[in-house]
Design a protein around this ligand. Structure first.
Ligand code: ADP
Length: 501
């Protein structure tokens, strides 16, 4: 099998690395231990930069800065209007520097520059504006509650305090936005741990946030590893809330650490094995194209990737032919190059894991329609791979592969596909392709997933809640739903006439 573009020497990224230290209390500082770790270029495996490695002591310092900024102000004590103005100024700076930011994201992560610049950075900007003045920061308020008895009852919606946030490498900046945006809009302070594979862009944009007027200590950014920095944050006694995005196995660990320490509430956004269901009456061309996007977007490194494509037997053969043709046409190459749709996988660990799954698909008897091997001889590129004739019990149909591997399964009727689509420990998202409103309604209600996209996929507007059923997570991010994660409700009861007894 061949892919569209031959491998070439990597393009020199059009940016310098400005910030590699930890960001604590508004200052860039070295780690206490002085340790550093390399962050690698997925195109080559070469070192981009050495960044400060935060560990438990650095997390302590960041948490106490965030604690002070929360307890003594100014952040929660500022008017919501002032907070929202800082967030809006930050969004303006993101817009101004978006070329630079997109280049950093591409360099550290490997995603196509055009995807980062044209799709992801605009979402990042939109999200901060959504949660700032034109969105929520100054519109958070409680209720007046009619209660029995001569009492005036009201609820205050207060920030929780110091939020610890742990994010993954697949969308470094979007995950930053989904976490930091609502937490700060609600008046909390934050200690964020970035993923060890992609520490760079969060440092850069956080510097911009401070330029926009963010007071010191409100947002602290720690680069470092999970079992050290991440675990220290999850188990910290002075962190009031934990938000985590990553694998289901690590989600279980951080939930345990939160429970064992101070019972901080936890939101989790975890893995998935999302079904895409193509019904017999679907517009096949649209379904092929969007099922392709659902899986291959971001090199297949999406927690909601449509990684089980169920196709009705009547359109199955046509779908396979077209899905294969599209995969063969997919442009793989240097993510800085114009027109490239697929860059390298994030690192050698993921690269090897994906190739192992591809082998298991072949050995398990699925039909390899396209791809199946690495692309080029350098870096972590993998050919867009399509399997047909996939069976439910195969590993490629059960495990989250997190790579450019589309698995196509055949079905006969709706009841059957509902049962099979739900036959997973995950429940993050689902896609449905049909022109029949009854079919769409039936599937929407029956699928156990936090998002159902009908005749579309991967729509990530800031206002739309996102999160999982079952082992795909707990809680929702984005939209008004995310505010609940970062607010306490205080009931205040006052007698109408004192004394009331
Ligand atoms: P992946 O396998 O995709 O890298 P992980 O769940 O391991 O996903 O990583 C997501 C985030 O969780 C990263 O920031 C990582 O450093 C962090 N992490 C990994 N292990 C732990 C841990 N034991 N405690 C806290 N955070 C962790």
């Amino acid at each position: 099998f061949s892919t569209a573009v031959a491998f070439e020497e990597p393009i020199t990224p059009p940016v310098q690395i400005d910030y590699t230290q930890l960001l604590i209390n508004g200052q860039f500082v070295d780690s206490t231990s002085g340790k550093k770790f390399p962050t690698l270029d997925p195109r080559t495996g070469d070192v981009i930069a050495h960044v400060a490695e935060g560990e438990a002591e650095d997390v302590n310092q960041a948490v106490s800065a965030a604690r002070k900024a929360f307890d003594e102000g100014p952040w929660p004590k500022m008017t919501a209007y002032e907070r929202s103005r800082i967030m809006l100024r930050f969004a303006d700076l993101l817009e101004k520097h978006s070329d630079h930011i997109a280049a950093l994201e591409t360099w550290d992560n490997g995603k196509p520059y055009e995807q980062a610049a044209n799709e992801e950075i605009p979402l990042l900007i939109r999200l901060f504006r959504y949660y700032a003045g034109r969105g929520w920061a100054d519109k958070i308020h409680g209720l007046t509650v009619p209660a029995d008895g001569p009492y005036h009852v009201q609820t205050l919606h207060e920030p929780i305090g110091v939020a610890g946030q742990i994010i993954p490498w697949n969308f470094p900046l979007l995950m930053y936005a989904w976490k930091v945006g609502p937490a700060l809009a609600c008046g909390n302070t934050v200690v964020l741990k970035t993923a060890e594979q992609t520490p760079l862009s969060a440092l850069y944009v956080s510097k911009l946030f401070h330029e926009a007027g963010l007071p010191p200590g409100v947002l602290n950014v720690i680069s470092g590893f999970g079992p050290t920095a991440g675990a220290a944050l999850a188990s910290h006694m002075d962190v009031d809330k934990l938000a985590f995005t990553g694998s289901t196995d690590t989600g279980k660990i951080v939930l345990g650490l939160a429970a064992k320490s101070n019972l901080k509430p936890v939101t989790l956004e975890l893995g998935g094995k999302s079904p895409v269901i193509v019904c017999e009456d679907a517009d096949v061309d649209t379904a092929v194209e969007l099922a392709h996007l659902a899986l291959f977007f971001n090199q297949g490194q999406c927690c909601c990737a449509g990684s089980r494509t169920f196709v009705h037997e009547r359109v199955y053969d046509e779908f396979i032919e077209k899905a294969k043709a599209l995969a063969l046409k997919r442009v793989v190459g240097d993510p800085f190059k114009k027109g490239v749709e697929q860059g390298p996988q994030i690192d050698s660990e993921q690269f090897k894991k994906i190739l192992k799954y591809i082998r298991s698909g072949i050995e398990g008897g699925a039909t390899l329609e396209s791809g199946g091997e690495r692309f080029g001889s350098k870096g972590y590129y993998i050919q867009p791979t399509v399997f047909s004739n996939v069976q439910d019990n195969m590993l490629i149909a059960k495990d989250e592969i997190f790579g450019p591997v589309q698995s196509i399964l055949k079905f006969k009727d709706l009841d059957e596909v509902i049962r099979r689509a739900n036959m997973t420990r995950y429940g993050l998202a689902a896609g449905v392709f049909t022109q029949n409103i009854d079919t769409a309604n039936t599937l929407t209600r029956a699928l156990k997933a936090g998002t159902v996209w009908i005749n579309c996929f991967d729509i990530f507007d800031a206002a739309i809640p996102f999160g999982g059923y079952k082992m795909s997570g707990q809680g929702r991010e984005k939209g008004i739903y995310s505010l609940n994660n970062y607010l306490q409700v205080k009931a205040v009861v006052t007698p109408l006439k004192s004394p009331a007894w």
